[in-house]
Design a protein around this ligand. Structure first.
Ligand code: PLP
Length: 401
């Protein structure tokens, strides 16, 4: 099958990418008919069979096992290192609040973090007296300089580096493995926010020595909302205490007493809590199976990078456009600005042409996400629409909202 035939097939399964120029997986990816079909089927089963049948429960348990396996395969981990979560922020909170902090300990983060990764650290400061140090990452910093900036902030009190693999605002891809390795040389662990990376870039977390990796399902993986996973390196299970617990946190024998003891699951399931939305889990399994077996991760990652590069080239050729994202290895995010034009108003104008992207507050800019389902023609449509805007008066663009 040629690439064009493959892309056409993919696009046939994703109506939203046919009905618009869909450039915002960074917020939420488009659903496929496979994913939606599984969601519908599971929901229908809940309706007609009820939700309390033994067979329904057993089949749901199997589906959760399949989902942990699918996430594990994606990041080259073992299923025992995967906890199912509801989103990236869930994973960031589990790790931030699960370490044994002492007042005066330090966590180092960056000025590029999303509230989902940043606010859990603020709570640590408020409740535990942990110092939150923010390292500035200028957009033109080289990978070596980024690592050096983290290293310069480390002191004997530093316990954790918490940073995004790919920044949601400037779209820079941080040298994760190098940061993690440097941290380990100082006996400091790393918690990585994978919201803009998982599904967009190849991953081998064990090879990279990554300690904790918090992933969403609804963005680059194109899964339903309220799905996600947290990777916890096998040898860190005893280091990370669960904060929220419930019946799902126990091992399969369900052992607990009334003196304050329960037997936690032997693996990362100990960070899972209680009842979750079954159709979402079933749909995420179908979704990841489709991405892996029918399309292929290698192909997906290569295509995302190629399209991001294509978009970058085209944007750079446009007079009046400044690309914010530094050159170098990209994920699929790209941030830019139309000089003199208000990003929110440009976004509104593009929406009139059915071009879906978003503006970012800090730095105030526009951001696109090139997905594996996008085409060069999608990018060309965006470029043509931007050219149109650039030919007009910045003041005549309608206000956002
Ligand atoms: C870097 C980053 N972290 C966290 C989030 C929050 O994602 P989630 O809703 O999966 O917690 C986002 C996206 O909105 C993000 O871009």
């Amino acid at each position: 099958m040629t690439d064009t035939e493959k892309i056409n097939l993919i696009r046939d399964s994703m109506p939203a990418v046919q009905n618009s120029v869909y450039l915002n997986a960074g917020s939420v990816g488009p659903l496929s008919t496979i994913t939606h079909g599984a969601l519908q089927q599971s929901s229908q089963q809940e309706l007609t069979e009820g939700r309390a049948s033994i067979s329904g429960y057993l089949s749901f348990k199997k589906t959760t096992v399949r989902l942990r396996r699918a996430f594990a395969k994606l990041v080259k981990a073992t299923p025992e290192e995967i906890a199912l979560t509801h989103h990236t922020s869930d994973g960031m909170n589990i790790v931030a609040h699960g370490l044994n902090w002492q007042p005066g300990d330090e966590v180092i983060t960056t000025d590029l973090e999303h509230p989902g990764g940043l606010f859990p650290l603020y709570i640590l400061r408020q409740r535990q007296g942990v110092a939150v140090k923010v390292v500035e990452i200028p957009t033109d910093a080289s990978p070596e300089e980024i690592v050096a900036r983290f290293e310069a902030a480390i002191t004997p009190r530093t316990r954790l580096l918490a940073f995004s693999h790919v920044a949601w605002n400037t779209s820079v891809r941080l040298p994760m493995e190098e940061i993690v390795a440097m941290g380990h040389r100082h006996y400091v662990l790393s918690l990585v926010d994978a919201a803009q990376a998982v599904g967009a870039v190849p991953l081998d977390l064990p090879a990279g020595g990554v300690d904790f990796y918090a992933m969403p399902g609804q963005k680059w993986l194109c899964g339903p909302e309220s799905t996600g996973a947290l990777y916890v390196r096998k040898d860190h299970l005893n280091l990370l205490s669960p904060t929220f617990v419930g019946y799902q946190s126990m091992d399969d024998r369900g052992i607990y007493d009334l003196s304050g003891n329960y037997m936690p699951a032997p693996d990362a399931r100990r960070y899972e809590v209680a009842t979750i939305y079954r159709p979402g889990i079933a749909a995420m399994v179908a979704n990841l199976t489709w991405l892996d077996e029918a399309i292929g991760w290698e192909w997906i990652h290569a295509r995302i990078a190629r399209l991001a590069q294509y978009a970058r080239q085209k944007l750079e050729q446009l007079a009046g456009v400044t690309v914010i994202t530094p050159p170098g290895p990209h994920a699929g995010l790209l941030s830019f600005n139309l000089d003199d034009y208000d990003p929110a108003r440009v976004m509104t104008k593009l929406a009139e042409d059915n071009i879906v992207l978003r503006f970012i507050g800090q730095p105030y800019s526009l951001r696109i996400s090139t997905g594996f389902y996008n085409t060069e023609a999608d990018i060309d449509k965006l470029i043509a629409a931007l050219q149109n805007i650039l030919a007009g008066d910045p003041e005549v663009l309608s206000h956002f909202g």
